[in-house]
Design a binder for this molecule. Sequence first.
Ligand SMILES: [Fe+2]
Ligand SMILES: [Fe+2]
Length: 190
Amino acid sequence: MTENVRANNDDASDVIEFLLRQHQQVRGLLGDVLTATGDERQRLFDEAREMLARHETAEEMIVRPLTRKAPAGDEIADKRMAEENEAKEVLADLEKMDVNTPAFTEKFTAFRASVLAHADAEETQEFPLLRQNTDPEALVKARDRVRTAEKLAPTHPHPSARTTAANYVAGPFVAMLDRARDAFSKSSSD
Ligand SMILES: [Fe+2]
Ligand SMILES: [Fe+2]
């Protein structure tokens, strides 16, 4: 799915549209985790973590600095960062759990609700503020930086490494974030 996701994002007109499409993909993936069972649930959970690592890092490193330049943007950026940091902590707990247990389902259900609320807050508060106050060209450049970063260093092993769920080891979310941050730093020095 991840490769298709990238292909579908190739014609996003700017960074806001790019992120909106990723939100739709995240919504779908988080729902799929809950309906899946067994190895498939683990695989989808890993895929959701990878997507969140890339998505939240793009927002943190590329979008938030633009938000902070807008009037009252600091307050909105701080709130979104706090939500993302909280989600990272919950995710670190979730990835230590067996995905096929009622405890995981319960905690993941709450996690999904908070991620969806966070995405809604971005869509209703942050993105409209950006749209109103940011030079359209800067939003196009931001899209290009996100794309370049994602091509520089995918946060997941090569697709051929995931022939079965059993040998697919995605590693912890914090490591995915490190790889994504590294790629975004490189793309910003171009
Ligand atoms: Fe976010
Ligand atoms: Fe987002």
